[in-house]
Design a protein around this ligand. Sequence first.
Ligand SMILES: N[C@@H](CCC(=O)N[C@@H](CS)C(=O)NCC(=O)O)C(=O)O
Length: 341
Amino acid sequence: MVLAFRNTLLTSRIALPLKCQKASRYAPRGLCRVVRAEAESEAVDVEPIPSDPLEAEINTTPPKQFRNTGPDPEKFKVQEGTLGKIIAASFPLVLRAGSGAVCSGYKVELEKDEGQSSYTFLTAAGNRVKESSEVSAFTRPESPIEIYEFEGCPFCKKVREAVSILDLDVIFYPCPQGGTTWRPMANELGGQKQFPYMVDPNTGVAMYESDAIIQYMFDTYGDGSVPRVLDLGILTTVTAGLGLLPRMGSGSRARASKIPEEPVVLWGYEASPFVKVVREMLCELEIPYLLKTCARGSSKRNDMLDKAGHFQVPYLEDPNTGEAMFESAYIVEYLEKTYAK
Ligand SMILES: N[C@@H](CCC(=O)N[C@@H](CS)C(=O)NCC(=O)O)C(=O)O
């Protein structure tokens, strides 16, 4: 089923509550031309996006310079008082067999250590580990894809794994239960109360149904074949759901918050438990974020190294305050202090 409803959407945006109107300054890139596909419909109708003056309002490029206000990064260190949380947040990694930890076509080689400045996680005996993937050979989206979803939803989790595997940068609009910002927005855009909901401003495609979204992303930004771990039907969804249980719904219920003017920028990837606890907080507070996806094999690890001097995730950049920081416990505290009401 294919629907085009540009005019309805434009009208409905004007009618949104004040909070949503303000937030929607950067939300609805996908408004320009939305095509909705349902799971059972194979053919997704793609039409060119007409140029739209609304697009000029959207700025997802963070300022170049941030003040680093957090502690020094401490790789794999679990901060005091957070052990239980990090163990619980590691369950999905185990139950999902590491899905979302590495990019498509991930490869490891040894190379001579000649003091290269590029990312490596291990240097020993004159050699260093070089990681790569095949994603650079795939079509890359010019603008980030947009996904409306929430942390505790197994269907959303499958889609987030695909995002990491394909190394896609995505703006996430958190829609926790009881959320009053992006939930109504998603409903206005797509017409249904269902998550995940994806809008791709590059192609004008918008769709529901996790499996259809995953297939679309691999068709458009991959080699067309969905990895086995995401293609096991009910088993994929059940393991995604079971993995989330130990966190007992964290990140799934909305709390009162101040919605920032611009999305914050989170560097991370799906399988990291340290990143998960930050995502949970972003979701509870309905803070939209641009995910700079950097699973193993992503060349964006070098980008972070260049800009921050280290590679470690999570790494948060907040264009609203100009602050940047490593360390999950600190980031969670920062978000609470800055955006919780
Ligand atoms: N103490 C840090 C630990 C974060 C951490 O170790 N993250 C891992 C990913 S799970 C990482 O960035 N590893 C760097 C690498 O793989 O080179 C925190 O709580 O944020």
